[in-house]
Ligand binder design. Structure first.
Ligand code: SF4
Length: 418
């Protein structure tokens, strides 16, 4: 059973867990250090370095020229672009990426020069605050790209983004990272009246701003504490498949991708020698057979329903309830029944029925234990504190450990061609 032993959490670390607990486990629990260097990360690091230098000079009373700032960008870009950079799309060369980065720097410089709209308090500033989670105190820590004081006395937390996508205002209003930094800034300067969160999407020359109220800040603190508590309770770190899997540096370890990735790299003849491939191919054959038999069974069921109906009608007309054949006889039994709405077929009606039943004195007589909800709740650590302990006691007292296996087949695209 894996366990997270971290005492510190950064917003990006929390974000990794939210997106995929298994990726979190590889990086922060198992400590497998792998950072994939891509043209995007190299460009981002060089742009950040250029802005760090720019504001370090501005803070010292010197305004660098555009050529000096782009020169710094070029140098950082060349130093960062080495053999480890993983280029996925060969249509774009190193110089294309350099041009994108230079363009970001130039656009930002032209909009903000001579950089007197605010006063830089710090660049690449480490900030943090303690977070109480149940009986433990953890720390939230991270780095602010730039912290400044605006002319109206408000603090501004700046984040430079070089991504191609531009989020909506709604997206940034829901963002955690800078909002958590705000909690740290307010702790350092408790008299801060307003703190503005600013994202500079430098590829687009667009700045998005978000301001959080006291209630939103308290909710954020509670949400962060709940997430840390969830991480601490997690022992399974289930993989969560999503769009980020394409960029995941742990794909070769991930139980969802390790074998398919290995097999995809082999020639078709080699693939068939793999024991896993042979087993799944055998299962595919059986599944195909089962499907054919099921279809036949469905047709037979349909034929039988028609015959049942005709025999029942014949028996009624003849005034009998047993009809004889040569080798068997059929008993006909007709009775009225009541069908209640089910959760899957009529969910709204089912919910209304349950709500009414709960209100009635009958509930104790007809309600049943949901064993699945109980075991799933413990497995996923859905509850905390007393509820979780009570559920664990029930499982311990009445549960019997069994190993359940499920194997689900999903067709590989293009498999027929091999
Ligand atoms: S490949 Fe996807 S599911 Fe697997 S660890 Fe990475 S992000 Fe998670």
């Amino acid at each position: 059973m894996e366990e997270d032993r971290s005492a510190k959490f950064s917003p990006s670390k929390l974000d990794v867990y939210k997106k995929c607990p298994r990726r979190y486990q590889y990086r922060y629990v198992d400590g497998i250090a792998r950072r994939r260097k891509t043209p995007e990360t190299t460009l981002g690091a060089a742009v950040h370095s250029a802005f760090e230098e720019l504001y370090a000079l501005v803070s010292g009373g010197k305004t660098p020229s555009l050529a000096e700032v782009t020169g710094h960008f070029d140098q950082a870009f060349d130093e960062g672009w080495d053999d480890a950079v993983h280029v996925k799309d060969n249509r774009f060369t190193k110089d294309d990426w350099r041009a994108v980065g230079r363009d970001c720097v130039e656009r930002y410089y032209c909009v903000h020069a001579p950089f007197t709209e605010d006063r830089t308090v710090a660049v690449e500033k480490r900030v943090g605050f303690p977070l109480q989670v149940e009986d433990h105190e953890y720390r939230i820590e991270g780095f602010i790209d730039r912290l400044s004081l605006a002319r109206d006395g408000g603090f501004e937390i700046h984040d430079y983004k070089t991504s191609k996508s531009l989020p909506s205002q709604e997206d940034v209003d829901a963002d955690w990272q800078l909002a958590l930094y705000e909690l740290a800034v307010r702790r350092e300067w408790p008299d801060a009246a307003e703190v503005r969160l600013k994202w500079h999407y430098v590829r687009h020359g667009k700045t998005l701003t978000s301001v959080r109220g006291a209630a939103a800040r308290e909710k954020l603190r509670a949400d962060a504490a709940a997430l840390v508590a969830r991480i601490k309770r997690d022992h399974a770190f289930e993989p969560k498949q999503g769009p980020l899997c394409d960029w995941c540096e742990y794909k070769d370890l991930c139980p969802l991708f390790a074998h398919p990735e290995k097999i995809a790299a082999l020639a078709p003849a080699e693939r068939r020698k793999d024991e896993g491939v042979r087993l799944v191919d055998a299962l595919t054959e059986i599944e195909d057979k089962r499907r054919r038999v099921k279809d036949e069974l469905k047709a037979l069921d349909c034929e039988k329903d028609g015959l049942d109906e005709r025999i029942a009608a014949w028996a009624q007309a003849a005034g009998v309830s047993v009809v004889a054949g040569v080798s068997a006889q059929a008993s006909v039994n007709v009775k009225e029944d009541v069908h209640l709405p089910t959760k899957t077929q009529e969910p709204e009606k089912h919910a209304a029925l349950e709500a009414d039943a709960r209100k009635s004195a009958l509930w104790g007589e007809i309600a049943r234990l949901d064993a699945h909800a109980l075991t799933e709740g413990v497995r996923s650590r859905r509850w905390s504190g007393e509820l979780l302990s009570a559920a664990e006691v029930l499982l311990e007292r009445y549960g019997r450990r069994v190993t359940a296996r499920t194997v689900r087949l999903r067709r590989r695209r293009g498999a027929e061609e091999e």
